[in-house]
Each structure stands twice: as structure tokens, then as C-alpha cells.
Design a protein. Structure first.
Length: 104
């Protein structure tokens, strides 16, 4: 009977630790998402979009979130030759800006 009590305590403590880690990861994700949302306008003004993504190494309801992979993605808006428009910038585009590079 002592074996089953020990096994039950082991399973229960593992579950409590896993759920605690899950809650901690969700808290970190929320903080990172808040920062990304705060910085989004700044990056878009500079010509970049910004996103936050997560993925677990192992799939599953609990195990998939114990060791998540976190990434902040920066993507250029409008292609490689996009120039952000500042409030003082003129709306005219020069001929050099409208020419796209040729592939060699």
C-alpha cells in the first residue's frame, strides 16, 4: 500500500509542477505580447511588421507547453525597397525609387 501512496504522490506532484510551469509560461507569453503590441506602431512607422509566435517542442495539452519555443518575427512591409514615410516627407517618388532591381 505504501508503494501506491508514493506513486500517487509522485504523479500528483508532477502534475502540480507541470501546471505551475504552464501558468508561468502563459504569464511570460502575455508579457511578451504586450511589449510587441506596444512596439508595433513604432516598427510599422519604420517599415516593418512585428509578430510574436510560440510553439512547443512536444505536442500535447501539458507537455507541449513545458518547453516552448518563442520567436519575435520582423517582416519588411512593402518589399525590400520600401521606405517609411515620415510626416515631413514629401509624397512624390523619384524615378530611381520606382525602378525595381533586375535579377541576374
Amino acid at each position: 500500500i505504501g508503494f501506491f501512496v508514493s506513486l500517487g504522490l509522485l504523479v500528483a506532484s508532477t502534475l502540480v509542477l507541470a501546471l505551475g510551469q504552464e501558468a508561468r509560461n502563459l504569464e511570460y507569453d502575455a508579457k511578451i505580447r504586450n511589449v510587441v503590441e506596444e512596439m508595433k506602431g513604432r516598427f510599422e512607422a519604420e517599415g516593418f511588421s512585428i509578430r510574436y509566435r510560440t510553439r512547443g517542442e512536444v505536442s500535447g495539452m501539458i507537455m507541449g507547453h513545458l518547453r516552448p519555443e518563442r520567436i519575435v518575427i520582423f517582416k519588411r512591409i512593402g518589399g525590400p525597397h520600401h521606405r517609411p514615410q515620415s510626416p515631413s516627407a514629401s509624397s512624390s517618388v523619384s524615378a530611381a525609387d520606382s525602378v525595381s532591381p533586375r535579377s541576374t
